[in-house]
Design a protein around this ligand. Structure first.
Ligand code: ARG
Length: 470
């Protein structure tokens, strides 16, 4: 970006101030401190889109002439081309994206350009820009959330029958299928998707027309502008329209939950890939080695996603804090909404894109998973349930199995490896059929109800998710 000092601009003597009101310019530091163009130029395309809709409305209402509108459209097309080509001269002394573009328009087309800002303020302009920009990003993110779900569904489908230990307290608890475990994340991401869809409804309202704070005396048509820009309706109160950023907070909150889910998944991948667990391997393209230990293959990508979750959580707190002390209506504090919002979008977009690719490429090691189930007495509950079904009270069954586990642990054997007469020693109710429930496959298959880990249920869940996602 080239920064030209104190050049006369088409907005008058702009060096941090508008024209004749002030008798001294702001210092260079204050100029830089208050400017936002270095980051808000990212909204240039929607800023132009919003300006064109506003201009069309002004012309339709007879507030500006039709030939002014034609000039504005011509000028904006040229500016769009300059921005796309990277030749647009962004100037810090013009403060923000709005004044940079307006100034350039006036330089290009003269008086018609000076009429664009009629009945409008940067306060409703910037609120409109953020909403337009965020709406587009939300649509992209919804697509990514769905792609990630599809990747997980594909993985789950391959492993509806793969037995692994289910954990509580990170201790082996009961056998589950790997497909069931993966489908848990599909549920989480489906809720994340729903939150984005819901948040979009509140983002998609038009602030323009609120002007600085109180509305405008020109005979504007807000509904027309809303329609032009694809908004579902207008913000109903001008003071609220220019001042609240709750829609952005809501979005970042939904994004923080997306990151929370990706972070939990990352944590599991890291544990699963560790040599002492060895449930999975990740393809080399997601891993890095060590600068000193030549044997290392580290899961850097999941670790970074886990780490970046902190950044998005931080943005949520930043935005909540930004809002909490502001009296109505607009305050410059709100300029601070953009960087957290932009970075949140960038972070979850990259994280989701990478994670969808990674999820589809996980190399699963079913033999390691099954061996871990057998080491952890994962079917102890199944034995207790077996005894209950034969007539024992649950607490007595629990106690009998606890004794069996204690003895089996001493002899280094799984319950399924104990001979029938040994098992009978804990309860006379044990029969030959006990081995069916002690096998992890039998245990998993017996949890055959909606939400259960039985392969049949996992296949049904996969099918349902596919139907929803296609
Ligand atoms: N750059 C400003 C922002 O991001 C635009 C609105 C400025 N409005 C004002 N009254 N200073 O909020």
């Amino acid at each position: 970006m080239s920064e030209k000092k104190d050049q006369p601009s088409s907005l008058g003597n702009v060096s941090g101030h508008f024209s004749g009101r002030f008798s001294e310019p702001v210092t260079e530091l204050v100029k830089r401190f208050t400017a936002s163009v270095t980051f808000d130029k990212r909204m240039a395309a929607v800023d132009i889109q919003g300006s064109l809709a506003h201009a069309r409305m002004l012309a339709k209402q007879g507030i500006i002439a039709t030939k002014d509108l034609a000039e504005i459209e011509r000028g904006m097309a040229a500016i769009s081309a300059e921005i796309a080509a990277g030749t647009f001269d962004w100037r810090v002394d013009l403060e923000d994206v709005h004044m940079n573009i307006e100034s350039r328009l006036i330089a290009a087309i003269g008086d018609a350009g000076k009429r664009l800002h009629t009945g409008r303020s940067r306060n409703d302009q910037v609120a409109t820009d953020i909403r337009l920009w965020l709406r587009g990003e939300i649509d992209g993110l919804i697509g990514l959330l769905r792609a990630m779900q599809l990747a997980l569904v594909g993985l789950a489908e391959k492993h509806t029958d793969t037995i692994m230990p289910g954990f509580t307290h990170l201790q082996v608890a009961q056998p589950v299928t790997f497909g069931h475990h993966i489908m848990a994340y599909v549920e989480m991401l489906a809720r994340d998707e729903a939150r984005m869809v819901d948040c979009r409804k509140r983002v998609n309202r038009l602030p323009l027309g609120a002007a600085a704070l109180a509305g405008t005396s020109y005979p504007i048509d807000r509904e027309f502008v809303a329609k032009e820009l694809g908004f579902d309706g207008v913000c109903e109160n001008s003071l609220d329209a220019v001042s609240d950023r709750d829609f952005a907070i809501e979005f970042v909150s939904a994004a923080a939950l997306v990151m929370t889910h990706l972070s939990r998944f990352s944590e599991e991948l890291i544990i699963w890939m560790s040599q002492s667990v060895g449930f999975i391997n990740l393809p080399d393209r997601f891993c890095y080695s060590s600068s000193i230990m030549p044997q290392k293959k580290n899961p850097d990508v999941p670790e970074l996603i886990r780490g970046k979750t902190g950044r998005v959580n931080g943005h949520l707190v930043a935005l909540l804090t930004l809002m909490k002390g502001q009296p109505l209506a607009y305050n410059k504090d709100n300029q601070e909404d953009k960087e957290p919002l932009f970075d949140t979008v960038d972070t979850i977009r990259d994280s989701l894109t990478i994670m969808a690719d990674l999820a589809a490429a996980i190399e699963v090691r079913p033999e390691r998973m099954r061996a871990a189930v057998l080491r952890g007495f994962a079917t102890a509950t199944d034995l207790a349930d077996y005894l209950v079904k034969k007539g024992l009270a649950f607490r007595d069954a629990h106690e009998a199995v606890a004794r069996a586990v204690r003895d089996a642990e001493k002899s280094g054997k799984d319950l399924a490896e104990l001979p029938l007469e040994t098992l009978c020693g804990y309860s006379g109710l044990v029969g030959e059929d006990v081995y069916a429930v002690l096998a992890p496959e039998g245990s998993a298959a017996s949890r055959n109800h909606i939400g259960g880990t039985a392969p049949r249920q996992v296949r049904a869940a996969v099918e349902q998710a596919r139907k929803r996602l296609n």
